[in-house]
Structures are given as C-alpha cells and as structure tokens.
Ligand binder design. Structure first.
Ligand code: PGA
Length: 249
C-alpha cells in the first residue's frame, strides 16, 4: 500500500488527478474505473483543467463507473450518470459511447446486474480504479455484509449511507434518496491493476484507519484492499492518520 497524504483537499485532488492523468498518458486507450460522491469532484476538476491546457487526451479512454441508483435515469440530476456527465464527461473529449454506468432504469435487478457484468467482462480488467469510502466502509455501494460480493449486485443502502447522501445531495431530502443501488462487485474492483482510494475530511479518519490497519472483514468492505497488490490511499491530513501512514509499504 502506498499512502499519499496532503495538507488540503485541493492538493489531494491534484495528486489523485496526476495519478489518473499519468495512466492515461502512458496508455491512451486505458480503462479507468470512476467513482461519484463529493470526494472526487476536485479530482475531476483537475482532470478537466489538464484537458483544457492540452496535456490530456480522453479520446480513446474507456470508463466504467462503480454504481448507480436503482430507479434513476441518466437525466435525473441525482443520478450518477448525470454526475459523471456534468463533472467530467461533458468537459473533455471522451466518447460517451465508451463510458459505462449501470442502468438505473432497468427495473429487473437480476438483468441490470448481469448486463453490467457482461459489459465489465467485455472490458477485461481495468487499468486503474478510483474509489471513495463510505462512512461505514463501503466501496462502490458494497455495504457491510457477511461476505465480500464478487459480482455486480443490487444492494439495499444502509441508513447511514442514505443519511450521508441526503445531507450532501438530494437537497437534504431524505425521502427522495433511493433505497437501492446497483454496484460493481468487489471481485471486479480487486481485478483492477491499480486501485486508488481517496478519502478527505475528518469524518473519514476513523473508517480509513479501520479499513487499512484493522482486520480484513466484509463488515468493513474497504478492508479487502489491504490484499490488493497495488493500492494507493490518497487523502488530506484530516482523513489520513499517522497510523495509516505507518502501515504503508
Ligand atoms: P463521498 O462518498 O465522497 O460523498 O464522501 C464516498 C462514498 O460513499 O463512497
């Protein structure tokens, strides 16, 4: 595990964007796993800046997102497809045909999951996967469970996740937060050549420490990343404790 600890959110975002940009420059047709939420917003801003400066070309990049709310279509302003379009895809030269997000409008949950798994299988493994971490340790929307889930699944969101998302999004209206989501499984996340987990803010400090210095357990889904051979934890000083820094290779 590598740990990159920066003083501020902006610096951590820049460092995260640099890692993703380096991967794209090294392999222009690389496959990049993307995350949503408040954490990666600054990273996407920095990637857009690199593109506008002329130092980054997305024309051959393929992306696969971690998750989508069940029941929301891409034009719903709280859907993750909408988030990706407005935060990144609309501002760079990516071909949207090469950007994949689970289909939130597919009401048949089994079909939604098998369809997304078929897409992921056709992509093969990702070169780099960006993750946030939920307050309960979830990655993607893989919530704490009795076992690590391998494939794409339809998940019932935990109360804490619904509350977190209402607070940050959905104008605070908890009743409007969907209660289920489709999420890429942990098995596919673990296949990515490189995994970046980004965490910022004091609210993430305890869970990051638990995930990277505690036992590997499905009750803290992010803890499985301790077993990934090439994981980079990026964050600010508020989120990354000395204990996590000390656990780095
Ligand atoms: P956040 O969400 O970036 O909005 O904190 C992270 C996550 O739930 O994975």
């Amino acid at each position: 595990m590598r740990v990159i600890r920066k003083a501020t959110y902006e610096e951590a975002s820049k460092a995260c964007a640099e890692l993703i940009a380096s991967q794209i420059r090294l392999k222009p047709d690389c496959k990049v796993g993307l995350a949503t939420g408040s954490t990666p917003v600054g990273t996407y801003k920095a990637l857009v800046d690199f593109y506008k400066e002329g130092s980054l070309d997305f024309s051959r990049v393929v992306t696969a997102n971690l998750d989508e709310y069940r029941g929301l279509g891409g034009d719903h302003d709280q859907s993750y497809r909408y988030f990706m379009n407005t935060n990144l895809f609309d501002h760079v030269n990516i071909d949207k045909k090469n950007t994949f997000v689970p289909d939130g409008l597919e009401a048949d949950a089994v079909k939604a999951c098998t369809d997304y798994d078929a897409i992921l299988k056709s992509l093969g493994h990702l070169d780099i996967q960006l993750l946030g971490i939920g307050g309960d340790g979830h990655i993607g929307f893989n919530e704490p469970a009795d076992a690590f889930c391998v494939n794409t699944q339809c998940i019932d969101l935990e109360k804490q996740t619904i509350e977190d998302n209402a607070r940050l999004f959905f104008n605070g209206k908890i009743d409007e937060v969907p209660t289920q989501a489709y999420t890429m499984g942990i098995g596919y996340i673990m296949k990515s050549t490189t995994v970046i987990l980004m965490a910022t803010g004091a609210g993430k400090k305890d869970i990051v420490e638990k995930a990277f210095t505690g036992p590997v357990t499905p009750s803290v889904p992010a803890s499985i990343l301790q077993l990934h051979p090439n994981v980079v934890v990026i964050g600010d000083e508020a989120a990354i404790s000395e204990k996590v820094v000390a656990a780095a290779d």
